[in-house]
Design a protein around this ligand. Structure first.
Ligand code: NAI
Length: 475
């Protein structure tokens, strides 16, 4: 019999699950209260990458003299940047709508909530019901064999005095900037804070990052952050770590942020403040409690197959709080759709991480810190982009690729700081997934002149066989 699947949320997790389930013959209903594409397409990954490209172009223009190109000047038009971003977002959102149609997926605009646990519908083997409040306030109930909750996450604003002042923004607000701020104080040195900081720094904004922990980008390989710090300083990005924001106040010219730092109290002045202190799963208004689904502020609890404590109800993407990355959500969507349709899908916990700052950061697999903690013996090899012809030709010779291998010479971690790190990291995806050894990669010829050669040389370095590495740097 045809399986009916209800999906709550049309972001990368939900719409991917919908398409895969439809491909496998399911009748799918997808419920979305806002625009298809979710945070990623509408106010996250895609809009920021549109602006990242603006920032990259500005950086190139600033460096034009180094390339022998004389410029009499250039100006930035925030309105035009927004128009371009909106065009990209609309194209992608419309594309998702077309895919829904082409795959015969029913899309309902409205707010979904689950039925109470005592209702027949939540009993095993019974059809599950979801109540939808439509835009006009009317209600509708849909039924399915399985439910996939892919409701995403929202920005988290910590209880800081003055966080509600005008000019204090979240990522949802700043993405629609009307003008380029003179100065920006970023609360939180995680991925969102650093990405917006990098973009606005390129646009000429004076950027100050305030991070509560001893290091920015806390989850990134320590050596990578250590090398990044002086690069940020050179670009004029001021970073305060181990610094807690106490309050925000309005001043005549803008905003003042009071910070308790390593050396006592700091008063930072900015025309705008961005709060980038994390995101929280969207667990509200779904009647999770009523339905008896176990969840907490970190998200909906699931087993390894992303099934909640109620059989037939799954939670994927940001709402299960496991990765909070669009590509992790999409992969979980495919996995769960296949599982529901009777295919035992091979899941993966190897999720690449990419941070779009200047230069880019990308990583996959173990960090040295994790291996030390686990007491695992490992070897590292590093290749600097300064010794890579393509990187120098691009004028981007800063950074490195670090590769980590285990005792059997299998590659288990790759960490990149440098140009196109987010593309190069995909060399590591099949290698680490397939548990390949240095010897396996050695005979994979890499084209010249490319940035990928830096990866190849870093791998060879694990066997002390890198060609463009002076012997003293080999270990
Ligand atoms: P995050 O959790 O990565 O970082 C937030 C940072 O703010 C933490 O380092 C925390 O210590 C700090 N913080 C919290 N309260 C503070 C306070 N009162 N004062 C000073 N510092 C404070 O969260 P973020 O950056 O908001 O990102 C949310 C999620 O979105 C993450 O899971 C991230 O991976 C994901 N994301 C991924 C992107 C990518 O893959 N390129 C891009 C943007 C977001």
């Amino acid at each position: 019999m045809e399986k009916r699947i209800i999906i709550i949320g049309g972001g990368p997790g939900g719409y991917t699950a919908a398409i895969r389930a439809a491909q496998l013959g399911a009748k799918v209903t997808l419920i979305e209260k806002e625009a298809l594409g979710g945070t990623c397409l509408n106010k996250g990954c895609i809009p920021t990458k549109a602006f990242y490209r603006n920032a990259e172009l500005v950086n190139n223009l600033k460096a034009s003299a180094d390339f022998g190109i004389g410029l009499s000047g250039f100006s930035l038009d925030a309105g035009k940047m927004q128009e371009r971003k909106d065009g990209i977002v609309n194209q992608l959102v419309n594309g998702v709508a077309q895919l829904m149609k082409a795959n015969n997926i029913e899309v309902i605009n409205g707010k979904a909530s689950l039925e109470d646990a005592h209702s027949e519908s939540l009993k095993e083997e019974a059809l599950k019901k979801v109540k939808i409040t439509l835009e006009d306030g009317s209600e509708k109930v849909v039924e399915g064999d399985s439910i996939i909750i892919a409701s995403g996450s929202h920005t988290f604003v910590p209880p800081i005095k003055g966080a509600d002042l005008e000019g204090v923004l979240t990522s949802d607000d700043i993405i629609n900037f009307k003008e380029i701020p003179e100065s920006l104080i970023v609360i939180g040195g995680g991925v969102i804070g650093m990405e917006f900081g990098a973009i606005f720094n390129s646009f000429g904004t004076k950027v100050t990052i305030v991070e509560a922990l001893p290091s920015i980008l806390n989850m990134v390989d320590g050596e990578t952050v250590k090398r990044l710090n002086p690069m940020l300083k050179k670009k004029g990005i001021e970073v305060h770590t181990s610094a807690m924001v106490k309050s925000i106040e309005k001043t005549e010219d803008g905003l003042q942020v009071k910070v308790e730092g390593k050396k006592g109290e700091l008063l930072l002045e900015g025309s705008k403040v961005l709060i980038a202190a994390g995101r929280r799963p969207n667990v509200e208004n779904l009647n999770l409690e009523g339905a008896g689904i176990i969840y907490d502020r970190k998200g909906i609890g699931t087993d390894k197959g992303f099934e909640t404590n109620i059989k037939g109800i799954y939670a994927i993407g940001d709402v299960n709080g496991k990765w909070m990355l669009a590509h992790a959500a999409s992969h979980q969507g495919v996995e769960v759709a296949e599982r529901i349709m009777g295919i035992e899908s091979a899941g993966s916990t190897l999720i690449p991480n990419c941070i779009f700052i200047f230069p880019e950061i990308a990583s996959l697999g173990a960090t040295e810190e994790q291996l030390k903690e686990q007491g695992v013996n490992y070897k590292t090899s590093k290749f600097l982009f300064g010794a890579n012809g393509k990187a120098l030709a691009l004028g981007e010779g800063e950074g490195f690729i670090k590769v980590i291998s285990d005792e059997e010479n299998r590659i288990i971690g790759v960490h990149i700081l440098g140009p196109h790190a987010s593309d190069i990291i995909h060399e590591a995806v099949p290698i680490i997934n397939e548990k390949l050894k240095v010897e396996d990669v050695k005979h994979m010829v890499h084209a010249h002149p490319t940035l990928s050669e830096a990866f190849y040389e870093a791998v060879l370095g694990l066997n002390n066989e890198a060609i463009h590495l002076v012997p003293s740097r080999r270990k």
